[in-house]
Write a protein of this length. Structure first.
Length: 104
């Protein structure tokens, strides 16, 4: 983040992302921990609802389960459009009167 405006907006983005993640968790499983989450450590076995780390781990697990060979974004067309063609376009031949016009 190099822009002062981006720096000032970063906390709002974090709160929005956190809120959307919590809302998605509430809509999917309510306030309870389901079997979808990773097992809890021994010192935290009585946790009733998932923590932010539990939600992030589940999100990462679901993203990775989409398939290792299927990319999330495909930039192949973008890269091919950005590179100039290897061969220069041929120019049309000049008309007979063109050299005279250019010399004048």
């Amino acid at each position: 983040m190099r822009s002062p405006l981006a720096v000032s907006r970063w906390p709002q983005l974090q709160v929005a992302a956190y809120s959307l993640l919590l809302l998605a968790s509430l809509l999917c499983s309510g306030f309870q921990r389901t079997a979808d989450y990773l097992p809890l450590p021994k010192w935290r076995r009585q946790a009733a609802r998932p923590s932010l780390q539990d939600l992030l781990n589940l999100l990462r697990q679901q993203i990775c389960a989409r398939g290792g060979d299927a990319p999330l974004a495909d930039f192949d067309d973008f890269a091919s459009a950005a590179t100039p063609p290897a061969v220069k376009a041929s120019k049309p031949p000049l008309a007979a009167e063109a050299p005279v016009t250019l010399a004048a």
